[in-house]
Structures are given as structure tokens and as C-alpha cells.
Write a protein that binds this ligand. Structure first.
Ligand SMILES: Cc1cc2nc3c(=O)[nH]c(=O)nc-3n(C[C@H](O)[C@H](O)[C@H](O)COP(=O)(O)O)c2cc1C
Length: 165
């Protein structure tokens, strides 16, 4: 391949990558008691929207918007860590996550907010969301004192994971 062809193929690869990013539709489902996880979800949605992604819905896990889920390519599920802070941590509302409608064939990602130590919360969330039929591409624990920075980081990870997927 000559230099001109090489730069043309790099151009197409980048354009394709930008197009893939631009076309993603995302639905977010959230459990939140004191607002941290909800705020994180809003920040994540805002960051993704800034890059051209479409948010089809942002709803409580207990009140999923079925049309928003159907329209989405990626479902993001967020909750908060509940436990005895250094032991027994688990995702709050896991029963509600388990009761979500099947999202077979969709990609999904999980996040939790925490104060001290998330323990195995993300692993438990991934198991539940996988059981709904989704392909979980990743997850991140966001410290409640760093919600803005960690939400931005999570959104960036989602964008790079799906740009090459
Ligand atoms: C009853 C209770 C138990 C908690 N247990 C833990 C815990 O085990 N580990 C931890 O890191 N944070 C724990 N937290 C902190 C929350 O996970 C954190 O504040 C989270 O951001 C709350 O999210 P929300 O504002 O969306 O409800 C606990 C909070 C509460 C109210």
C-alpha cells in the first residue's frame, strides 16, 4: 500500500469510528437513594450526548421505559453500594435489576457509586445484567466524592470500547 492509499484507509477507519460513535443510542436505568447515582447517570448521559450519542431514556430501575430500552443499542445500569462499608457490600436493589425485562442481544454496561469500598458489587451487577440476556461490555465503580471526574472517565471508556467494537 502506497502512502496515499495508507492515509486514505486511515481516514476511512477514523470516519467509520466517528460514525459508529455517533450512531449509538443509550438507555440508562438507575437506583438512587440520596441522588449520587442519579447525578452520575445524568453526567454520563451528558458526556455521551456531547459526543453525538443519543439518550433514549434515563429512568429508575423500578420504572423502566420499555420503548427507550427497545430503541437503545447500549443499556447502562447504575446503582449504589450497600453493606457494612468494608464487608458485605452488594448492589442495592439487585432484585429490581433481576426483574427488568429481557434485553437479549443488547450491549450493556454497569456502574455503582460508593463511599469507601465497592467490594464485589460490580461482579454481582454484571451477573444479573448478563442473566437478562445482555452482553456486558464493562463496568466501573465511581467514588461519590469524585462523581464528576469518574462519570466523565466512565463515559470515555464506553466511547472507546464501542468505537472499536
Ligand atoms: C445504608 C447504607 C449502606 C452503605 N454501605 C456502603 C458500603 O458498604 N460500602 C461503600 O463503599 N459505601 C456504602 N454506602 C455509601 C453509598 O454507596 C454512597 O453514598 C452512594 O453514592 C449512595 O448513592 P445514592 O446517593 O445514589 O443513593 C452506604 C450507604 C448507605 C445509606
Amino acid at each position: 500500500m502506497g502512502p496515499a492509499e495508507k492515509s486514505l484507509s486511515i481516514f476511512f477507519a477514523l470516519t467509520h469510528r466517528a460514525w459508529l460513535n455517533r450512531s449509538m443510542k443509550v438507555a440508562l436505568l438507575v437506583e438512587s437513594l440520596t441522588g449520587n447515582t442519579w447525578k452520575a447517570a445524568e453526567l454520563i448521559a451528558g458526556n455521551l450526548q456531547q459526543e453525538g450519542w443519543t439518550i433514549t431514556g434515563l429512568n429508575p430501575v423500578k420504572k423502566p421505559d420499555h420503548l427507550a430500552l427497545q430503541a437503545a443499542d447500549l443499556i447502562v445500569v447504575g446503582t449504589w453500594v450497600h453493606g457494612a462499608f468494608i464487608v458485605g457490600q452488594s448492589p442495592w436493589g439487585i432484585g429490581n435489576i433481576n426483574a427488568l425485562p429481557a434485553i437479549t442481544g443488547k450491549r450493556a454496561a454497569t456502574f455503582c457509586t460508593f463511599a469507601l469500598n465497592p467490594g464485589k458489587t460490580l461482579g454481582a451487577m454484571e451477573k444479573s445484567v448478563n442473566r437478562l440476556g445482555a452482553d456486558v461490555i464493562g463496568g466501573m465503580a465511581l467514588h461519590r466524592a469524585k462523581i464528576e471526574a469518574h462519570s466523565e472517565e466512565f463515559a470515555a471508556r464506553l466511547m472507546s470500547a464501542l468505537a472499536v467494537a
